[in-house]
Design a protein around this ligand. Sequence first.
Ligand code: AMP
Length: 276
Amino acid sequence: MDVLRTRREVRAALARRPRPEGLVPTLGALHDGHRSLIRRALTENATIVVWIFVNPRQFGAADLAAYPRDEAADLAMCEAEGVDIVFAPPIEEVYPEGFDTSVRVGALTERLEGASRPGHFEGVTTVVATFFGIVSPDRAYFGEKDAQQLRVVRRMVADLAMPVEIVACPTVRDADGLACSSRNVLLTPDERAAAAILYRALSAGREAWLGGERSADRLRAIVRDTLASEPLADVDYVSCADDDTLAELTTVEGPALLSLAVRFGSVRLIDNVSLD
Ligand code: AMP
């Protein structure tokens, strides 16, 4: 496995490797969710690149400082899974002096995570477009856990006619239903136990929808009521939105996304289930 730090090195290494090339973009602190993306990519491509880069442009300052990092463990997981190249550049290699371009997707980025984290998606699309330019993947793998990110990246790729296929991978969960996330290690033991409420709340909403409930207000209320039973859960938003546009719904008539963002102490977690 090559562990590479510069644009030039990674391009030279890729020129020697067979295609198709699959890219798994990550912020590091790898877990079973990332592992599932890597495994899917391995089945579909001749060369696998995992990018590990904590992108300052998509974080607020406090969040960036707190973000967990463990490069040695990340490299060990990649090696064990059979990854060909890990690209883990320093900041100045991604954003060299004079870097002055930004990629911004429109309305889709103004809702949900975009409303709670101004500038977040512009940071995401700018770094994803930059990495696509550096490594020219045939396919790139993204998790449904970050449902809005997946839609934003798809929008960018379609609008800018980028020659890459975006592959969506299902959310991997711990035994109690909590979605695997790098941030879970920041939870105290009490918060970690309490965080199981997220999937229970989403599942309660989904059960109601399966039972025929079509009022989006009612579905949001069912999720909120379940969350209210957990004193450590501090709700940022609960959404029942159109699956495509992520606009909030009144009535669920077609595919929809039930999603939430909730804080436990200083740790903000997101999750979603599909109503489809
Ligand atoms: P991150 O390092 O958190 O930016 O995640 C990198 C990629 O892994 C993103 O496409 C995420 O959506 C995906 N991912 C994160 N957590 C999970 C999970 N629990 N299941 C599936 N994919 C995930």
